[in-house]
Design a protein around this ligand. Structure first.
Ligand SMILES: Cc1cc2nc3c(=O)[nH]c(=O)nc-3n(C[C@H](O)[C@H](O)[C@H](O)COP(=O)(O)OP(=O)(O)OC[C@H]3O[C@@H](n4cnc5c(N)ncnc54)[C@H](O)[C@@H]3O)c2cc1C
Ligand code: SF4
Ligand code: SF4
Ligand code: SF4
Length: 385
């Protein structure tokens, strides 16, 4: 049976939890809220299914190969409202619309009423609006894999979107005979931050009033390339912050598996890969706009068919990018994020000292961050590295 002794080897995808015929596995949170499987030895029959279904361990043993050149498509949704609500070029909405119009259902990450994030199911175009926007936190999966399988068994087409590890876990869990009805979308993935830190940040911001909506990366802060989180309060105020963004990009609160992620371009299992097309102005001058451009890579015939069917709603431009371009502009398609050397210390002190301490020590609150900004400024004007 599955036993996670090294947390960098489990993405928390839930495939083992879903496959267990005796419901012997529960997904238990660690100190930062990341979930890991735990087996009830009184129920387990040692059938081995949970070990067999684990794609993360299997894929980690495969070699990584990156091509010299990658064929991509630059995409922008023609609907200005959808584009504004989406994280980059709004391609996901167009893909979801195709599946809904064919009578299918869509699964994606959405906010709960308290602004924590979990995977949900939608069977209408309006229902898919909840999936707009990147939520930079590990989404709670619950029993979603089991519900996807039930939909496929009743003959519904399913579009599932998630991190590459969630998609790989789902594909591994769904039996071959049902896969024809499943189409999957993943993205270039920098990593997923801690659910507990996000929850505590919400509580910290709530001291300013009742929150009515949040956005992890709000385009209204200055366009698609700007990255600021925003909070809307019930009294009509809106504030922009960068505290969570700074913690995210410092790589101090990511899941352990994100340091050893095997899902580079060649080893992922999704049908369509979507991403921010950082550097699009170098490749396709004139295509870019300040509301965002998606980079799309179709990984299978199923994926190619889906993009083709969605093309009526999209401005599309094919292009080729070099491995050097990817390495400069979106390196997480090639290799995992480099984890901050104090990640372990973060995990040890965070549960006791809490969010404000962490934001002062590793985020943008207080003198440390200001001192760092001054250092960067001096280096810039003196030309020192
Ligand atoms: C944690 C995370 C890390 C990312 N890292 C990168 C990166 O390094 N480089 C890059 O180019 N792009 C990255 N992206 C993807 C990027 O931010 C956009 O989501 C992508 O460009 C799609 O844009 P869109 O306009 O089509 O999507 P939108 O319409 O905004 O759709 C977003 C889609 O992402 C899914 N999603 C959102 N949050 C989560 C979540 N927490 N877990 C699982 N699925 C989620 C939704 O279900 C939806 O399908 C990341 C996204 C996330 C959530
Ligand atoms: S990666 Fe997924 S299948 Fe493997 S142990 Fe973790 S939760 Fe289970
Ligand atoms: S070995 Fe079989 S019964 Fe035991 S936890 Fe794994 S899937 Fe369940
Ligand atoms: S970086 Fe890899 S392991 Fe981490 S969430 Fe993304 S796909 Fe999963």
């Amino acid at each position: 049976m599955i036993k996670v002794t090294d947390r960098s080897k489990c993405s928390g995808c839930t495939a083992c939890f879903a496959v267990c015929p005796h419901k012997a596995i529960s997904m238990k949170p660690d100190r930062l809220g990341f979930r890991y499987p735990e087996v009830d030895m009184d129920i387990c029959t040692d059938c081995g299914l949970c070990e067999k279904v684990c794609d993360f361990v299997r894929t980690s043993s495969l070699p990584s190969v990156f091509p010299e050149e990658v064929r991509v498509t630059a995409v922008r949704n023609r609907d200005a409202g959808v584009l504004a609500a989406s994280q980059s070029g709004g391609v996901f909405s167009a893909l979801a619309k195709v599946v809904i119009n064919e009578g299918g259902v869509v699964y994606g990450a959405a906010f709960d009423p308290d602004f924590t994030v979990s995977h949900k199911r939608a069977d209408s175009i309006a229902g898919c609006e909840a999936f707009h926007g990147s939520k930079y936190v590990q989404s709670e999966m619950g029993d979603v894999f089991i519900r996807v399988r039930k939909d496929l068994e009743t003959g519904r087409k399913v579009l599932f979107s998630g991190t590459p590890c969630q998609v790989a876990g789902l594909v591994s869990y769904i039996p071959e005979r049902l896969r024809e009805g499943l189409v999957t979308v993943d993205f270039i993935c920098h990593g997923v931050p801690s659910p507990n830190v996000w929850k505590d940040y919400l509580a910290y911001m709530s001291r300013k009033g009742r929150i009515s909506s949040v956005c992890f990366r709000d385009k209204s802060a200055g366009g698609w390339k700007e990255h600021k989180e925003s909070f809307f309060f019930e009294d009509g105020r809106k504030v922009f912050r960068e505290t969570y963004k700074v913690l995210f990009y410092k790589n101090v609160m990511l899941r352990h598996s994100c340091a050893a992620c095997p899902y580079d371009l060649g080893r992922r299992k999704g049908d369509v890969l979507i991403a921010d097309f950082w550097g699009v102005e170098e490749i396709l001058p004139g295509f870019d706009g300040d509301q965002g451009t998606s980079m799309v890579i179709t990984m299978s015939d199923n994926g190619r068919r889906l993009l083709e069917a969605a093309s009526f709603d999209l401005d599309i431009e094919p292009a080729a990018v070099s491995s050097d371009f990817i390495s400069r502009r979106n390196p997480n398609l090639m290799r995992p994020a480099r984890i901050y050397h104090e990640r372990q210390m973060f995990e040890e002190v965070y549960p006791e000292k809490g969010f404000v301490y962490a934001a002062r020590r590793w985020g943008d609150i207080g003198w440390r961050y200001k001192a760092w900004q001054i250092k960067v400024f001096i280096r810039k004007i003196t030309g020192r590295k």
